[in-house]
Design a protein around this ligand. Structure first.
Ligand SMILES: Nc1nc2c(c(=O)[nH]1)N[C@H]1C(S)=C(S)[C@@H](COP(=O)(O)OP(=O)(O)OC[C@H]3O[C@@H](n4cnc5c(=O)[nH]c(N)nc54)[C@H](O)[C@@H]3O)O[C@H]1N2
Ligand SMILES: Nc1nc2c(c(=O)[nH]1)N[C@H]1C(S)=C(S)[C@@H](COP(=O)(O)OP(=O)(O)OC[C@H]3O[C@@H](n4cnc5c(=O)[nH]c(N)nc54)[C@H](O)[C@@H]3O)O[C@H]1N2
Ligand SMILES: [Mo]
Length: 762
């Protein structure tokens, strides 16, 4: 950091490691401000235990779910945020109009606490009022029955359990639509779309055991210190064992540099820490394809020169299309690779050499790879690189996409998809006796477009904060307000709920931590983590209010009221979730003995044929993909264009903002900032603390974010960073990966203009 930089309120250099005592302190604050401190220790101790609940924080697995309590700062925040003692009461809602609440931030809205009653929007008074469950369901049924089924959108946020999501898709399909926009469309859709072509399944192939056996980890485009904190324990262990960890990330993320493990008595007592990344490459935003091709290029060069670099036997026996891939890599010039990635050839050669030396390599990746308009190609290039040395289907090796929401992977497995397979649909028909629609439905962007066009008239959200998570709020927000009906199943209030349509219902549901009692007693739900382990989760806390229903009960209530001739015994399913799992077992492969196997602590693993070198592609082999060129549609961009990445702070869970700090990046009490490289600042005559306007630099774009403070930061040249969701106003709805539909949240071309040299005082 430069020495004589002017001081900017809320911006302080953070020098320490990630984790450590800072993490313990942050946990204590989360507990103190949200929970009854008497309940807190017992609740936190039940996180990810065999008889407890699955942490709603992230999808990183646990060793057999029976390890001793794993301390996790952000897991604790997620739990305390749900188990808070604050409540949004009918009195509060009577005293605050929806218009007034809509002016609040998501941070303030969620801060009011848990929802306690089913609510209906009352237009005359502009308030949300309690309504009975029966009345609400029956009115929703009336409206839905009048609409063409394809005018209804069924949104899922990946927290929903397998059971709730399964009922949700049954409801939609019995009604007659495959409109399933879901959070995965904004997240790992590039994985779900890209990997089946490469290896036959749209999921990762590694397990925690593989991390014990690996000789090299390449970590691309994810920030585990914040988003998958329990992964830090694994990386910490690897680093201490001397396993190299090579990082590609435009930002210097502290946890990937240095980490003090709160589980380590020695590090905590001595204020010590461990270096995590053995080498850290600050690739340009969107430059990963070029970097991956550079690594592959050196491997091919080395194979030609000295041999013994590629796994020739594996390639011959298990793959197709190698020659086309190799031709394209040979044809890609080092100049274009260096220019696009922002990394020198020597660095990429160094990675290739480390890779050639390792007998078992894992590549982990996150949103830095998928949220690009070449996201699917990025994912396939990662698979290609692994295939070159036979790194799929052997111990210690494989591909490891870090999933987002704690059950986003499970939601896809049990049928939340706008493009269902004919096999799945015919099983539904055989088991339930109705004919599900086979027309493809809408993903998240298509659903928003249909709402904007006035073609979709109703939106039912199983969790989430749909409009705020989506790009281009200027279009998405008014589209919500044009709907005939919006329904939100939620734990807390957010801005999407308040974008009320003609009629709007908000349904408060039980959270993961809470006791779910039904006809047959205490229920468990099930979830699938990033490593395809399916296990049970059951809460014990007293529900936030006696008027809450479980997610399965709410979905069933709506379905019963909407489908007069339904073929499904909804009440029976809600009374005993084992019955829902029986149906999942009958209609979806991989769930044999579902109910028995989730009763074993730790659960079971979904079948992953590539781990045994069985490739469920049409050709029965793994397939190399060709990604011609290196760029992300940069053609025609001027020199003054920067690439914006939208980021999560350390104090947020997606659109849920726990607090306004981002400790490891040295930001405190504010989010209105733009991280910028000092060279880029100097070129534009900008200083640390200047206030700027950001505009999206695409033809016809008028997208703009004003009065943002520039912060000099260790970020790759050509790349700037701002917080999600505030910066979503800059992301065009149609600027996306055409293959997967994923918005390019991490590569928006922008221009920066000076607004004021005067530092903002707050
Ligand atoms: N505490 C907490 N946990 C979470 C979440 C949360 O918000 N808070 N969200 C959950 C969800 S839904 C998800 S999807 C995951 C998200 O977890 P991550 O995948 O870690 O997502 P992001 O925070 O968006 O960060 C992506 C990282 O990629 C880097 N990056 C940006 N652009 C590029 C690029 O072009 N190339 C490369 N190589 N790197 C790039 C950024 O600098 C950042 O470090 O976490 C899940 N867990
Ligand atoms: N610019 C930009 N935009 C992005 C991203 C980005 O990196 N940059 N990331 C994208 C990604 S990866 C994702 S996954 C999406 C996230 O999109 P969503 O999943 O739609 O958003 P969340 O913020 O996770 O949803 C928060 C809300 O979920 C509700 N909730 C919490 N717990 C529960 C529960 O147990 N049950 C129910 N029914 N509701 C609950 C609460 O009401 C809370 O307000 O955002 C995407 N948008
Ligand atoms: Mo996500």
């Amino acid at each position: 950091m430069a020495s004589k930089r002017r001081s900017v309120p809320g911006i302080r250099h953070y020098d320490g490691p990630a984790g450590g005592w800072g993490a313990l302190k942050a946990t204590a604050i989360a507990v103190r401000t949200q929970m009854d401190t008497l309940d807190a220790p017992a609740t936190l101790l039940r996180t990810n235990q065999p008889d407890g609940f699955d942490c709603p924080g992230c999808a990183w697995p646990d060793k057999e779910h029976k390890s001793t309590f794993q301390f996790c700062e952000n897991g604790a925040k997620a739990v305390t945020w749900e188990a808070t003692s604050k409540r949004v009461t009918p009195e509060f809602l009577a005293a605050n109009t929806v218009t007034a609440l809509r002016a609040k931030s998501d941070f303030e809205l969620e801060g009011y606490g848990r929802l306690t009653h089913p609510l209906v929007y009352h237009r005359e008074t502009d308030t949300l009022r309690p309504v009975s469950w029966e009345q609400a369901f029956s009115r929703i049924g009336e409206i839905l029955r009048e609409l063409p089924p394809d005018a209804v959108e069924f949104y899922t946020s990946g927290r929903a359990s397998n059971e709730a999501a399964y009922l949700f898709q049954l409801f939609a399909r019995e009604l007659g639509t495959n409109n399933f926009p879901d959070c995965s469309n904004m997240c790992h859709e590039a994985t779900s779309t890209g990997l089946p072509r490469s290896i036959g399944i749209g999921k990762g192939t590694v397990s925690l055991d593989d991390f014990d056996k690996t000789e090299l980890v390449i970590s691309i485009g994810h920030n585990p210190g914040t988003n998958h904190p329990r992964m830090m324990g694994t990386l910490h262990e690897l680093a201490r064992r001397g396993v190299p960890i090579i990082v590609f990330n435009p930002l210097r993320e502290r946890a990937l540099e240095r980490f003090a493990d709160p589980q380590s008595v020695v590090e905590m007592a001595t204020l010590g820490s461990t270096d995590i990344a053995s080498t850290y490459f600050q690739v340009k935003a969107g430059g990963d394809a070029a970097a991956l091709k550079g690594i592959a290029k050196h491997l091919l060069e080395r194979e030609d020169a000295v041999g013994n670099t590629l796994d020739r036997e594996f390639i011959a026996q298990h793959t197709l299309n190698f020659e086309d891939f190799a031709d394209d890599i040979r044809a890609t010039s080092w100049t274009s690779i260096e220019q696009e990635s922002g990394l020198p050839r020597a660095s990429l050669e160094q990675v290739a050499q480390a890779y050639a030396k390792s007998r078992a390599t894992i590549i982990t990746y996150g949103m830095g790879i998928t949220q690009h308009n070449k996201g699917t190609a990025n994912v396939r290039l990662i698979a290609d690189l692994l295939l070159l040395r036979g790194n799929i289907g052997k111990p210690g090796a494989g591909i490891c996409p870090l999933r987002g929401h704690s059950n986003v992977q499970g939601n896809r497995t049990i049928g939340i998809t706008e493009k269902p397979s004919p096999a799945f649909l015919s099983r539904l028909e055989a088991v339930f006796g109705f004919t599900p629609p086979s027309r493809h439905g809408h993903d998240a962007v298509m659903a928003t477009q249909a709402m904007i066009a006035g073609e979709s008239k109703a939106l039912i959200c199983l969790g989430g904060n749909f409009a705020v998570a989506m790009p281009d709020h200027l279009q998405a927000f008014p589209a919500m307000q044009k709907l005939d009906l919006s329904v939100h199943v939620a734990t807390k209030l957010n801005r999407t709920h308040l974008l009320v349509g003609n009629e709007t219902y908000i349904f408060p549901c039980l959270g993961r931590t809470e006791l779910d009692m039904q006809r047959t007693g205490r229920q468990s739900i099930t979830v699938e983590d990033s490593m395809s382990m399916v296990h049970a989760s059951s809460g014990k806390l007293k529900p936030a209010s006696p008027d809450l229903l479980s997610e399965p009960a709410i979905v069933a209530g709506m379905a019963l009221a909407t489908l007069p001739t339904t073929k499904i015994d909804w009440a029976d399913l809600v009374g005993d979730y084992d019955r829902i799992r029986d149906l999942i077992e009958k209609t979806i492969p991989g769930f044999t003995d579902y109910n028995a196997r989730i009763r074993i602590p730790g659960g079971f693993r979904m079948p992953l044929p590539p781990t045994e070198r069985i490739w469920p592609t049409p050709e029965g082999k793994a397939v190399f993909s060709v990604f011609p060129g290196v760029d992300e549609n940069r053609k025609g961009e001027g020199d003054d264009i920067l690439r914006l990445v939208t980021l999560r702070s350390h104090d947020q869970y997606n659109t849920t903002i726990y607090a306004l700090d981002d400790r490891y990046r040295g930001v405190f009490g504010r989010r209105d900032i733009l991280f910028m490289n000092e060279e880029d600042m100097a070129q534009r005559g900008l200083e640390h603390g200047d206030r700027v306007d950001i505009t999206t630099a695409l033809p016809d774009s008028t997208l703009r974010l004003t009065d943002i403070t520039v912060v000099a930061y260790n970020i790759a040249q050509g790349t700037v960073g701002a917080y999600y969701p505030e910066a979503n106003v800059l992301v065009p709805l149609t600027y996306l990966d055409k293959e997967s539909g994923t918005p390019s949240y991490k590569s928006v071309p922008v221009q920066i203009t000076l607004r004021s040299k005067e530092i903002k005082t707050r």
